[in-house]
Ligand binder design. Structure first.
Ligand code: GLY
Length: 519
């Protein structure tokens, strides 16, 4: 089964599974297909994380973008670099990431896994959501790149054919010659020429040096389930384990899921996990990350600081972080194959359509992931800007991510595969899906569709998704001292494996028209 935001890509993945490929083969084919069919976030010009597990083993592929050698610690400090500029792009990681996953797990020829993407890039029919997303981005005056407008710039309707011939050529080259060709061959020349022409920082030497990394996933437990989580440079796995460990100190399901008591408890947990995220998390190859963050003892101490009737002021948790006054887009797919091998993959261009810059001649959209670094050293604001040392820019360093691909196991068997887009809200979207499933026994569809909530320490407010009961909830949360806003969170395409029957239950999130495709 494959569950993802793009129906065409979901079917590509199932085609690979049906022809005998495993979940990683399917993931590689889906990732390359979505680089064509979901250009808002699917990519070869960005990066991401792939978590792979079966009942007993697990590994993690980190193909996060890295800062180029010309990047500096203070490059974003004066606010002059536009978030949609060449300078905001990190060195792309996706092609190396797929290559590494293929070397470790692939059973199908690399070329065969890219073939559907090459074909789709020659032309495929856009559906209503994609037509709307492209039309919306073109209406934005900040979408200025001429090559982006040349390729995407027209009024789209469902059924129109989107052709990306330059991207088709690049994908065909990767299929034929492998990832080295992308990082040292013509695409590297094209990317460097693009950067030099427009004041960007990436050079061929950055591309040649870039490596995807295999890391050990974080492992934790929650009420008898085993949680397989994303390690740094994701902040997601650490924050999820810290949150679940605190929640384990409470009888979470004592109150209904969307009662003020439960929403308050989750918000207090989220506030604390995000406070620690701000102080401690960054690229583990540059920053030492304390182990206590995911320990049960530490969680017990934090649990004791929660007042069940009253909101904690975020400022009171700041500790040594000085707080001053100042004023996305990603996509996730989940796959399980017939042998129970699971892939939870989240990858990204950062904001929607990334930098909105297409590399001339190579046809792929560039990320603007450099904006995930802390912009102003030492400046952490009440509005939510973070300025702590752990995630400052440095050459070759990976920017901290919130991407949280997660796999849950029970009794030595895979149980749940999930993840989401949505910047910092990703972590709390995944937390909500886990709590809904593990504490409230919701079906995967109910767990995914239920209204979610987000608290990220600063700004000091709970954001909740609007529902029929949210007006009353807001009144009660305000009475407890919370500031409350309403906004939508990302889509969490999830698979649950029924422990009784072994059946796969796919939940494509109702927030977007994804597809659960299986056989
Ligand atoms: N670009 C979103 C993230 O990595 O958190």
């Amino acid at each position: 089964m494959v569950v993802c935001v793009c129906p065409i890509a979901a079917d590509v993945g199932v085609g690979v599974l049906k022809s005998g490929g495993n979940a990683v083969d399917a993931a590689i084919a889906v990732a390359f297909a979505e680089a064509v069919t979901w250009p808002e976030a699917g990519n070869i010009g960005g990066g991401g994380f792939m978590l792979v597990a079966n009942g007993t083993e697990a590994t993690f592929f980190d193909y996060r973008e890295a800062a180029p050698a010309l990047a500096t610690k203070t490059m974003f400090a004066d606010g002059k670099i536009d978030f949609r500029s060449h300078q905001s792009a990190g060195v792309p990681g996706t092609v190396r990431g797929m290559e590494l996953a293929h070397k470790r797990f692939g059973t199908k020829p690399w070329k065969d896994l890219l073939a559907p993407a090459v074909k789709l890039a020659a032309g495929f029919p856009v559906d209503t959501p994609l037509a709307k997303r492209i039309n919306d981005v073109l209406k934005d005056p900040k979408t200025t790149n001429a090559e982006f407008r040349r390729i995407f710039g027209r009024e789209w309707e469902a059924g129109d054919t989107l052709k990306q011939p330059e991207l088709a050529k690049t994908l065909a080259g990767i299929a034929e010659h492998g990832a080295d060709w992308f990082y040292t061959g013509p695409p590297a020349e094209q990317l460097e020429a693009e950067m030099k022409a427009e004041g960007g920082l990436i050079r061929k030497s950055d591309l040649a040096k870039y490596a995807a990394k295999e890391r050990k996933p974080l492992l934790g437990t929650y009420r008898g389930y085993e949680i397989v989580a994303a390690p740094p440079p994701s902040s997601g796995g650490t924050a999820i384990l810290e949150s679940l460990n605190i929640l384990e100190q409470f009888n979470v399901s004592k109150h209904p899921r969307h009662s003020p008591e439960t929403v308050h408890l989750l918000a207090e947990v989220q506030r604390r996990a995000f406070r620690d995220r701000a102080e401690f998390l960054g690229d583990p190859d540059f920053t030492t990350i304390p182990e206590h963050l995911t320990s049960k003892e530490y969680a017990k101490k934090l649990a004791m600081t929660i007042d069940m009737g009253r909101a904690t002021k975020s400022e009171s948790l700041a500790g040594t972080i000085p707080i001053t006054e100042m004023g996305g887009n990603t996509t996730h797919f989940s796959i399980v194959d017939k042998n129970g091998l699971c892939v939870s993959n989240t990858y990204t261009l950062e904001m929607n359509f990334g930098s909105r810059i297409v590399v001339r001649g190579a046809g792929f959209i560039l990320n603007n992931e450099m904006t995930d670094f802390n912009p102003i050293p030492g400046t952490t604001t009440r509005a939510g800007k973070i300025g702590t040392d752990a995630n400052l820019v440095a050459p070759g360093k990976r920017m901290l991510s919130s991407m949280t691909p997660t796999i849950v196991r029970k009794g030595g068997k895979p149980y749940l595969v999930t993840g989401s887009p949505g910047g910092r809200t990703i972590i709390n979207t995944v937390l909500c899906v886990l709590v809904n499933t593990l504490d409230y026994d919701m079906t995967p569809t109910a767990a995914v569709d239920a209204p979610r909530q987000h608290h990220q320490w600063f700004p000091d407010r709970i954001s909740i998704e609007k529902s029929s009961t949210s007006a009353d909830l807001v009144v009660k949360l305000k009475a407890m001292g919370h500031t409350v806003t309403e906004s939508r969170q990302g889509d969490a395409h999830t698979i649950r494996i029924d422990p009784m029957t072994g059946l796969f239950q796919g939940a494509a999130d109702k927030r977007l028209n994804g597809k659960a495709s299986g056989y």
